[in-house]
Design a binder for this molecule. Sequence first.
Ligand SMILES: Cc1ncc(COP(=O)(O)O)c(C=O)c1O
Length: 423
Amino acid sequence: MPGLGEVSTGNGGVGVERPAPGEMASTVAHLRAVTRRHSARFERSIPLIASENLLSPYAKELMISDLHSRYAEGLPGERYYEGNEDVDEIERVCLGLAKRLFRCSFADVRPTSGTVANLAVLKAITETGDLVGTSRLADGAHISSAGFGAFGLRGVKPVYYPWDEERMTIDVARTREVLRAVRPKTCLFGLSLFLFPMPIEELRPTLEEIGARGWYDAAHVLGLIAGGQFQDPLHEGCTVLSASTHKTLPGPQHGILLGQTEDAELRKKLESGAFPGVTSNHHLHAMAALAVSLAEHLEFGREYARRTIENARPSPRRCTSGGSTSSRPTWDSRSRTRSPSASRRRGVARRSPHGSPPRGSSRTRTSSPATGARRTRAGSGSERPRSRAWAWDRRRWSGLPSCSTTSSTRGRPRRPSPTPRPS
Ligand SMILES: Cc1ncc(COP(=O)(O)O)c(C=O)c1O
């Protein structure tokens, strides 16, 4: 028997270094402290990248429910095991809300992320070797479209849409020529980085002419679409939409498939693309939280999406006027006041006109594999008061009891205390 801290070669000869006395407890304590530090930082500030958002307390509450540890393979009423009645009910509500919010005939809430949703679509509507229209990574496409991403996994080949550098969108006339010449079976629209709606309506006659199916990856713009502030791909010519549910739609990290089709075979293919194609367990806690977020978006979505756009506008303005290349915005989303002194009073960090970080800021930089663009996450030196978008109109929350992720005692969500309580 080896002593503590020594390598055991028992149990089939697999060597595992045994923990020292107290090691597990101190590791757990360390992880809890670091996580609390992280959470406290995000309670005080909104140092988000464009792919991130905040989750409402009611959605968060379901993320830590028992659903987290369960399985429910199949669809509501057609599970592979007993005991899924409650999950069935939650999933039915989630599917109904999704179809209502996006005014569409099909939904599947089992993909566990946007990338997984893309894989499900590829599995459902393409064959290995197919040509699929898409944009280049350099023009803003997600790595899903790359040979080293989902396209490569499925073995489909990209046909790139020509790009109009001036207008910063797809060059419609040249794309028509390419599509007629190459005739891909599927055409993917929607990007990671884009400022303008994709010209789906303009290209729709060409898609119909060559018999291609339109597919939209709405990972970044899902909440804007639901809020009526962006194009509506399922009513402009795309039959299938895939997305993440945690960006402009402020839901949990999860994925979704939507469709505007009465084609029963296509629906079946999409469902089997999701399961068993790319999921087994579909993260029931996140699916339940998504249902909450969809209900919230039905209530707040229009205003939320309008404000998302309103808040985004100052950033490019400052980038062009100040010569900055950083994606870190500097406005206080709760107020339109731009006065530097007002900003200072609120603790809003200012930046130099050249985009250098304010004194004392700590920032981490990551390189986006999709674009090569450098993204900047502001550190504690540039923290700002956090926007509480979900609490715009508190009257709309009345009647809901407080939930376990808030300290509220008055039946409405409140920001949890930024100071971690001792365990
Ligand atoms: C257009 C697009 N599709 C898919 C994804 C992947 O989403 P997820 O991180 O949920 O897998 C992203 C991520 O930002 C994206 O920009």
